[in-house]
Design a protein around this ligand. Structure first.
Ligand code: NDP
Length: 320
């Protein structure tokens, strides 16, 4: 089978198309023929080595497809079932072996591509807005990079919960996508502290969901109300340098958290609860998952360049 291997840590050029043995299912595993693999920012961190995994390894965490073989000790799945997952290294491939504990059945109303597109970014948007800081009816929050993969889904889920979204994007075209996702106001990144005061009558927003990191961190803190929550969930612009906790005091007793999806899908019940809500919203039309870009598997390096170069919107898929 064909797969994309990280030969050594580095830029997109280290992604190599290889022929690898088709995996056999181990104990507790499913082997799945992949219909679509999701591209996520974490893939770029693992490729570059900022999240260290020793090369060589097949990249990719997320996908959807059809079960072709089942290992010992697995219950509840059959050959031919459609499944999706968000945390199984080796997903930039035609076929992958995944832990059955990570596999989620895909309901009939949801196509494979949408399932692949909804898992990692959809679950992230879900946990941020329902658990990390549960948005209340009528509250204003900031969503950075609102035309992006997480951003468009997070904007929609905040709106489903009755919140108001102050969004950022870098271009007018992306601003239009954020507005289409439901953002109430879209501004440039530098405008965030002033815009936050303006929309809240001088109080500041209840929470900032910040996946951009280094370049937005200071403005995000300045946008918050007293006892507001800074949910720093990513580093698209680079990691935030260490900070003095006293800054949280002087900015109004703020809460700072650095969450990860793994901490919010801790067991099978939590994974299936969040996924069922996401798939339910897709099936009934209340959540619109957009695939912004499809690349053939062999063009994974081009896809990485586009994501890191801020040239993508919504979800990027690799099609084996
Ligand atoms: P996006 O589709 O949002 O792409 C990143 C976007 O960030 C860009 O399109 C760009 O939007 C914006 N951006 C701002 N500054 C920069 C910069 N210097 N370089 C590149 N992009 C920049 O990606 P994802 O939805 O996949 O991920 C968004 C963030 O969420 C990432 O940081 C990722 O690591 C994080 N994440 C965290 C998870 C967690 O559980 N902690 C899980 C999933 C994702 P614009 O041009 O509009 O500025």
């Amino acid at each position: 089978m064909r797969a994309i291997q990280v030969t050594e840590h580095g830029g997109p050029e280290v992604l190599a198309l290889i022929d690898a043995p088709t995996p056999e299912p181990g104990d507790g595993q499913l082997v799945v023929d992949i219909a679509a693999a999701g591209l996520n920012y974490i893939d770029t961190y693992q490729r570059s080595g900022s999240y260290p995994i020793d090369p060589p390894f097949i990249l990719g965490q997320e996908g959807a497809g059809t079960v072709r073989a089942i290992g010992t000790g697995v219950e509840g799945f059959s050959v031919g079932d459609r499944v999706a997952w968000k945390n199984c290294l080796g997903s930039y491939a035609e076929t992958v072996a995944i832990s059955a504990a990570e596999a989620v059945p895909v309901p009939d109303g949801v196509e494979d591509e949408l399932a692949a597109a909804a898992m990692l970014q959809g679950l992230t948007a879900h946990y941020l807005s329902t658990s990390t800081y549960p948005v209340q009816d009528g509250e204003w929050v900031v969503v950075h990079a609102a035309a992006g993969g997480v951003g468009q889904l997070l904007t929609q889920i905040v709106k489903l919960r009755g919140g108001h979204v102050l969004a950022t994007t870098s271009t007018p075209e992306k601003a239009a996508l954020a507005t289409a996702a439901g953002a109430d106001r879209v501004v440039q990144y530098a405008e965030i502290p002033d815009a936050a005061k303006e929309v809240t009558g001088g109080i500041g927003v209840a929470a900032v969901y910040d996946g951009v990191g280094k370049s937005t961190f200071d403005a995000s803190l300045a946008a918050l109300r007293i006892r507001g929550t800074m949910a720093l969930f990513g580093a698209a612009s680079g990691p935030v340098p260490p900070i003095d906790p006293q800054r949280l005091n002087s900015a109004g007793g703020l809460f700072l958290t650095r969450p990860s999806l793994v901490h919010y899908t801790r067991d099978r019940d939590e994974l299936t609860w969040r996924t069922a809500e996401i798939f339910g919203w897709i099936a009934d039309g209340s959540l619109r998952v957009q695939v912004g870009h499809r690349y053939p598997l062999a063009e994974a390096a081009q896809a990485h360049r586009a994501l890191e170069g801020r040239r993508t919107t919504a979800k990027v898929l690799l099609i084996p």
